[in-house]
Design a protein around this ligand. Sequence first.
Ligand SMILES: [Zn+2]
Length: 255
Amino acid sequence: MMDSLTGDDELRRLRDRLGATDWRNIVVLTGAGISVASGLPTYRGPGGLWTRPEAEEVPDAAMMERDPSRVWSLFGPLRGPLQAATPNAAHVALAQWQARLPPGRSFTLVTQNVDGLHTRAGSREVVELHGSLLHTRCVNPDCGTTPFEDLQEHIQAPVCVRCGQPLRPDVTLFNEPLPVDAEWAAKRALRECDLFLAVGTSGTVAPASSFVRGAKYAGAWTLLLNLTPMQPRHPDFDQEVLGRAEELLPFLLNS
Ligand SMILES: [Zn+2]
């Protein structure tokens, strides 16, 4: 049975358990909720990219095929705010936790966010499950160019100098599969996981819902930290902690 934690004593007990040094394989999954305090809109929440009136047409695989410039018109202008945003205390707490772990421990930070803030906070080897909005790649899988950093706010599709096909933001659109390398890295980490922490995500939809199943199957202790209670509750989460990531994580991870 899952507990929902909010009281101070409970949070202190939780901090003690998280701070134990015997976790060997930690997997953290973060969603849009962790970046709200950095001033970034969530994708689906109020004011989010895909809930604005002008974005009734969602950027999906079909739009990319039909009209690459339309995709850029939605994503390109987000690059400015992304560069202006700074990592918040939650990003920093996770980076410091990773840096403090004793040698031989495995720590895998998987994010659904495309904002690059974990890396900027100092986290290493971040698995970007939905790609990065600060990277651009060619639409042509046979082109051979690798995704590259691109901070320009394109509103029209630029053209690949190598093959002449359109370039695209290196993000996963609706109806597109996850990047195979990122998905593989996440699944591999979950197989050995003994502590799974999901932050700033509802917990009830993929990938959080499938990740927690995998972690639980591997025998992990599983926690969800989010602003609002899980609805409906996912049976594989052992504990739910309600609050703001930028306040809870620095406390819980003792940074
Ligand atoms: Zn190309």
